[in-house]
Ligand binder design. Sequence first.
Ligand code: PBG
Length: 324
Amino acid sequence: MDLPIRPRRLRGTAALRAMVSETSLEPRQLVLPLFVREGIDAPVPIGSMPGVVQHTRSSLRQAVAEAAGLGLGGVMLFGVPERKDAIGSGALAEDGILNVAITDAVAEVGDALTVMSDLCLDEFTDHGHCGVLDGEGRVDNDATLAVYAEMARAHAAAGAHMVGPSGMMDGQVGVIRAALDGAGHHDVAILAYSAKYASAFYGPFREAVDSSLVGDRRTYQQDPGNGLEGVREALLDVAEGADIVMVKPAMGFLDVVRRVRDAVDVPVAAYNISGEYSMVEAAAANGWIDREAAILETLTSIRRAGADVVLTYWAAEAARLLRG
Ligand code: PBG
């Protein structure tokens, strides 16, 4: 039959498909989140995230070196302290686990890789919230900002190239920018978790950081139904000095990734979170899906939606797959 338009013509060979492929996926666009736990002498597997571990300081160094060797864009470090308290003091201490891990990572790779740090209190507080609490047990926005400012200075002093405020306190990016500049850290960049939703898919992460949270984070993280609000949060963060804005989670929020990409003129990141990882791993372990194909399709979809950078627990493996 004469059909003037046959889209299948461009799908007939692998070469044709490659030539017209719209979306690239490259190791440099991927960031590997890594957990480092205080007081352990061997890596501890995270049951709900098969293949992911809580690192010792020395296994973290190896993981960071490997990430650099694979040409990844960066690593995002999370600390799991031995002791937690109401104000998260472990986050500020010079010998706190995250601060020493940042120094270790930078000592290992220098500027070959972007070393980023999660700037939040939930791993360090005994109540598990991302901030300090007021007399009524509510998360106190402005009191928390003062702690974030100190934490930003601690991460920068430890050598972080970029800090990632993830606590969703109002004004956090502006306060952190001012704190960094005030301490002479003008070159330390901010990757803002801008549109961060209160998601059920963070479940496995809570195990990864031994979280003690009871309840939820709905007074500071966003309602999953709100797309426009995600754009508003991203615009606010750009105005406050964010160098990169992030949407999180990724897969259930690809429309928000697109809307934010269209609305801002800074790079956009998306976080392919723990629950998204575990779903694919669990299905693959049951033989229900092709694991490697599902990984690449997931990451490609996040890129297609508009993310320039993707944080993913598969970063190292995806880099290996992409190199063939
Ligand atoms: C907060 C933080 C969280 C994640 C990244 N940073 C947890 C939360 O907000 O509850 C989740 C990442 C994931 O689920 O993979 N420090």
